[in-house]
Design a protein around this ligand. Sequence first.
Ligand SMILES: [Zn+2]
Length: 244
Amino acid sequence: MLNEKEKERYSRQIISKSIGEEGQEKLSQTKVLQIGAGGLGSSCAFYLVAAGIGELTIIDNDTISLSNLHRQILYTEEDIEKDKVRIAEKRLTALNSNVSIYAHKDYVTEESMQKYAQNKDFIVDCSDNMKTKFLINRIAVQKGIHCVIAGIKDFYGQIITVDPKTSACYQCVFSEPVTERVSISPLPVLGATPGILGTMEALEVIKTVLGLPNLENKLLMVNLLDMSFNKIDVVKNDACICSH
Ligand SMILES: [Zn+2]
């Protein structure tokens, strides 16, 4: 049951016919694992926590640098050189102390993912590389839990939501690269692009939990330069890991 403070805090959500008190209670019982606390992760975490999900666990191994600040809105100038997870935990707790926030400075590996994904309802990919996106998808498929995966570059983004039991997974749509691109000149990115895509990821978690329309079996391609949004139908591949 929501208490009076919660009813007040979430009042503008609760009056939505798509949410109501029942929906708000469902959100408050939802446990999310978020991989990455950068550009996508900043907006995603802010909106999940503001909306009153029950628990958010964040994994990131990075420290804050000056060149992060144009897009990673969790952080400020005084946070430079500090661990992202520590500052993220502080900011997000200051926003909504009702949400249980666990932030771990750790690498994303098969082993660490197995551990952190225990008892979660959702994994959100806020990483910046394909290898991690495939790993997140694989763990979500193994554990039968939802995930949302997004990618961005410059003014462009894409996002998909996966229910491994019923919908196409990331690996149904994309082929895993044999080796990760090693160049490592940084990709161009405008801060607002991960801001928007990360916000969409938070929205996908919220809508999926509430049983509302989402991006299962759809890949949304976003072009923020000409403001076009294209949804492509995708289908579950019988030969994919998600079909075994
Ligand atoms: Zn699949």
